[in-house]
Design a protein around this ligand. Structure first.
Ligand code: GDP
Ligand code: GDP
Length: 424
């Protein structure tokens, strides 16, 4: 799943690393190692007494570091080790390192003059630190510039578009990665890969993070109030809508609920038989009328049935019409008016990429969509629709269809997708 998307993103990490690695002199790497080696030789308990440059940063600055404050160790919390490292860096910055500059750092470096340490600071430690800083003061770093990454990010944007990622999503990824990386200071090759991967991961998490209603909670509520939860499924023919309704029913039967299905696609020949076939196979009651009957009446009857029988969930199939057909869209609006569904769920085929996104947009405009189910994700290498659809219409993906059997459905979680894309 999403193999091609995964490859594109890891390719970008590789390209940015390769490009910038050439600009970090080999000897710097060696010095870094020497620096780390040196810091290891200082007993850690004692170093805690040395004032930490990082901690004064985090206390005094805004949440998001300004360009000057992006350091090579963004995740490194003020720790015993970074206390010493910060101390060493602070000392070297005012002397050698032009790029580190800035009032804050020089102020910090003066604050951390050995004598300014707490009274209990052992003089030996300070001496040792000073000695190490002598070795380390010439360690340099590279600051990532826009020019360094522009070409590679442009390539990424093109690759994403080819992979059916919506334009606004591809742009958002590229811009947010750029914003994240430009100005960062890198001291070693592995920094570049780590930063780039982190920047991409953050961009994608942000895109996938759309506020999601909790269907499980809604169902608990239905059980308490006796008023069934009404889910109306919309989407065009052939995307897997009827199979998906049976999958959703199976999913909630496993959770102990009793669904009823409304065969409210009375328009297409064979639609009633098709959904009846699924309902019979999973043992769910189906409410149906004749072909050509008013779909809103079928849906209404299904709701009445659920109320009468104490069933918690009504799943309404609707005609798989083209989203451009106004008559049929009007009919859908009527169903909505009559049963007032708790959620309208758009079902789209992940393999159709941008088409699925466009369909979702049209259905959202016409009747208002509250959530999305993407089918055939099991066969989807591109991941373009999965990545884009929720962001574009600002509605959550609720489930993914992962195969042809009724059990092949999974609740969608953004962090799961991030793991699929960035995991090993
Ligand atoms: P509808 O016309 O939209 O109701 O589509 P169907 O429910 O009849 O599904 C069309 C085809 O897609 C069927 O062969 C399904 O088995 C298949 N299908 C549906 N969902 C999935 C899925 O998540 N993965 C795979 N691989 N096939 C699916
Ligand atoms: P079962 O006991 O779960 O198999 O359900 P029934 O077929 O006995 O129906 C239960 C209730 O739902 C009854 O009040 C029926 O009138 C109503 N019902 C079931 N199917 C339909 C239908 O297609 N149309 C209407 N109007 N009511 C229905």
């Amino acid at each position: 799943m999403f193999e091609s998307l995964k490859k594109k993103l890891s390719g970008t990490v590789g390209k940015i690393s390769d490009k910038l690695a050439d600009e970090i002199p080999e000897e710097t790497e060696e010095k870094i190692e020497a620096k780390e080696e040196a810091s290891k030789t200082v007993p850690s308990e004692d170093t805690s007494e040395i004032p930490s440059e990082e901690s004064s940063f985090t206390e005094e600055t805004e949440e998001k570091p300004s360009e000057d404050e992006k350091t090579a160790e963004p995740e490194e919390k003020p720790s015993k080790k970074s206390g010493l490292m910060g101390f060493l860096r602070g000392k070297s910055s005012s002397e050698e390192d032009e790029t580190v500059g800035g009032d804050m750092e020089s102020q910090v470096s003066s604050e951390v003059e050995p004598t300014s340490g707490a009274d209990s600071t052992s003089p030996e430690i300070i001496e040792e630190a000073e000695e190490k800083s002598g070795i380390l003061s010439f360690v340099s770093h590279k600051t990532i510039s826009e020019k360094d990454i522009d070409d590679i990010l442009f390539e990424l944007e093109m690759a994403l578009l080819e992979g059916d990622v919506a334009l606004e999503v591809a742009e958002k990824i590229v811009n947010s990665v750029k914003e994240d990386l430009v100005g960062r200071k890198i001291r070693r090759r592995s920094d570049v890969a780590d930063f780039t991967k982190e920047a991409l991961k953050n961009a994608i998490s942000e895109i996938l993070n759309v506020e999601t209603p909790d269907i499980n909670e809604l169902l608990i509520n239905s059980r308490e109030t006796g008023e069934p939860l009404k889910l109306m499924f919309v989407g065009i023919n052939g995307t897997g809508k009827t199979t998906t309704i049976a999958k959703v029913a199976t999913h909630f039967i496993e959770k102990g609920y009793t669904p009823v299905i409304a065969a409210a696609d009375t328009f297409r020949a064979g639609a009633i038989e098709q959904i009846t076939h699924h309902a019979d196979k999973i043992g769910v009651k189906i409410i149906k009328h004749q072909k050509g009957a008013d779909p809103a009446a079928v849906a209404f009857d299904a709701v009445a049935h659920a109320r009468a029988k104490g069933k918690e969930l009504v799943l309404v199939d609707t005609a798989g019409r083209m989203q451009t057909n106004t008559n049929l869209m009007d009919e859908m609006k009527k169903i909505k008016r009559v049963i007032k569904p708790d959620m309208i769920i758009f079902v789209g085929d992940a393999l159709t990429g941008n088409d699925a996104v466009e369909q979702a947009q049209k259905f959202d405009d016409a009747v208002g969509v509250n959530g999305i189910i993407l089918t055939k994700a099991d066969a989807d290498a591109k991941g373009g629709a999965a990545l884009s659809i929720g962001y574009v219409i600002q509605k959550p993906i609720l489930f993914l269809g992962l195969g042809q059997s009724y059990e092949d459905i999974m609740e969608f979680k953004p962090e799961w997708m991030v793991e699929q894309i960035f995991g090993e």
